[in-house]
Design a protein around this ligand. Structure first.
Ligand code: PGA
Length: 266
């Protein structure tokens, strides 16, 4: 797991955007998994400035409230269209967002897994982190091998969303932890002091279904981008910063290595 600690939320978003653009440069037809919530808003703002980068990308998302149609302003569908998709794409092909207004949730969940497979799997999955340790709507106790399915939300999660004054459903459809873990790369963002304790548990605590996000400790290519307040309870905070400062970057010289000769003149 790569832990990146940036001084503030703006720098966190810059770093996260750099990861997404790096993946898009490598693979213009990137299969990108999107997250909702407050945390990725600054990231989406940055991504939306370069719509041309998304011309061939394909989109999936993590979760949706059960019962909300895509047109409902509080649906995750509407959120993602507003903050990213409608700003970078005008072609519906390749946009695969979960719908909350389906009649057969189990069938919809199976179809979604099929669509992910048909797209070749998710290349980069963006994640937020719930205060209770959820990723997607995989609440504590979710099987770490779970697939896309219906999920009953914790009262605290419902209350968190109700703060916005909305009476929202208590059920959701969500990618499972197992589905998320199959993405080739994970990019998890967490910001603010309120996330510090759950970040500590996710990164430095045991892997447990009590903290579904802790499963990412098993992922071979997970990058966790934090701001200082969210990183404040990490025991090995200084080490993560040291690793970042000394990170090997493509084209970088190893210490003591002779400078490269100038390119030949043509
Ligand atoms: P937040 O939500 O970004 O609004 O904190 C994160 C989540 O619940 O996944």
């Amino acid at each position: 797991m790569e832990i990146v600690i940036r001084p503030d939320y703006d720098r966190l978003c810059d770093e996260a955007a750099a990861v997404v653009f790096e993946e898009l440069a490598r693979k213009p037809d990137l299969v990108l998994g999107l997250a909702t919530g407050r945390t990725p808003l600054g990231l989406y703002e940055r991504l939306a400035r370069r719509p041309e980068a998304f011309a061939r990308a394909c989109f999936f998302n993590l979760d949706e409230f059960y019962g909300l149609p895509p047109t409902h302003p509080e649906s995750f569908h509407a959120y993602l269209r507003r903050h990213l998709i409608d700003r970078v794409r005008h072609d519906p092909a390749g946009v695969n967002l979960l719908r909350g207004d389906v009649t057969d949730l189990d069938q919809a969940a199976r179809d979604y897994e099929d669509r992910i497979r048909a797209a070749g799997g998710i290349d980069l999955q963006i994640l937020g982190l719930g205060r209770n340790g959820h990723i997607g709507f995989n609440e504590p106790g979710s099987s770490l091998g779970s697939r896309t399915r219906a999920k009953t939300l914790e009262p605290e999660t419902v209350a968190e969303y109700a703060k916005s004054g909305q009476d929202l459903p208590r059920f959701a459809i969500t990618m499972g932890v197992g589905t998320i873990m199959e993405a080739r790369r994970l990019l998890l963002l967490a910001s603010g002091e309120g996330k510090a304790e759950i970040v500590r548990q996710m990164v430095e605590g045991p892997v447990t279904a009590e903290v579904p996000a802790s499963a990412i400790q098993f992922h071979p290519r997970a990058v966790v981008v934090l701001d200082e307040p969210a990183a404040s309870r990490l025991k090995r905070r200084d080490y993560y910063k040291w690793v970042y400062a000394n990170k090997y970057r493509v084209g970088q010289k190893a210490p003591g290595e002779a400078p490269a000769p100038p390119p030949p003149r043509s």
